[in-house]
Design a protein around this ligand. Structure first.
Ligand code: 5GP
Length: 200
């Protein structure tokens, strides 16, 4: 059986999703991350085609009309979405494809494809989140306030996910996620449905 699957990783802005994903990519060469499309402006250092595909609102809306997006959502005043084609090709090749997406997109994908594995990366406290967002200095005070308000709502959705991972220490979070990935692959190879409520 093909052990390729889609792993959705959500979590509030500033929780450390990018850092966790970079560690996962280093540790397992069957893990790959989907590059999303967005209408937001690149941050300093972000590269088109690496961090995101940066497009205009018109271009994004055309992709939606042409049914080229697996999912998309509005976050703040921008669109974010996952191009459909590469995700299918990679899962067919047996890869674990990580979608780093917010909660509306995660809900849509789970409805469309109930076999995707969903994880919510949780900050150890709201205070930590605020400190991290302020410390990275990539958003204005207004944008930070908007992101924290979204975060409060997102955290209430965490119980809809298959797993909640607390990002207190990076190594622990990465090890926990890797363990769950190996378990999910094993279930797929053996053809048995993975049931998150029954931990090995
Ligand atoms: P940021 O602007 O910080 O890069 O991302 C803002 C939010 O959009 C994050 O919660 C991130 O996970 C989410 N996001 C990034 N790409 C996608 C996507 O393709 N689809 C959806 N639904 N959310 C995304």
């Amino acid at each position: 059986m093909n052990s390729g699957f889609v792993l959705v990783l959500s979590g509030p802005s500033g929780v450390g999703k990018d850092t966790v994903i970079n560690e996962l990519l280093k540790k397992d060469d069957k893990i790959i991350v989907s590059i999303s499309m967005t209408t937001r402006q690149p941050r300093p250092g972000e590269v088109d085609g690496v961090n995101y595909y940066f497009v205009t609102k018109e271009e994004f809306e055309e992709k939606i009309r042409n049914n080229e997006m697996l999912e998309y959502a509005q976050y703040g005043s921008n669109y974010y979405g996952t191009p459909k084609e590469p995700v299918k090709a990679w899962t067919d090749e047996g890869m674990t494809v990580i979608l780093e997406i917010e909660v509306q997109g995660a809900t849509k994908i789970k409805e469309l494809q109930p076999d995707v594995c969903t994880m919510f990366l949780m900050p150890p406290s709201f205070h930590t989140l605020r400190t991290r967002l302020e410390g990275r200095m990539t958003e204005t005070q207004d944008q930070i306030a908007e992101r924290l308000a979204i975060a409060r709502k997102e955290i209430t959705m965490a119980t809809d996910y298959d797993y909640i991972i607390v990002n207190d220490r990076l190594e622990n979070a990465v090890e926990n996620i890797l363990e769950l990935i190996y378990r999910h692959r094993r279930h797929l190879r053996e053809g048995t449905p993975d049931d998150p409520s029954k931990l090995d």
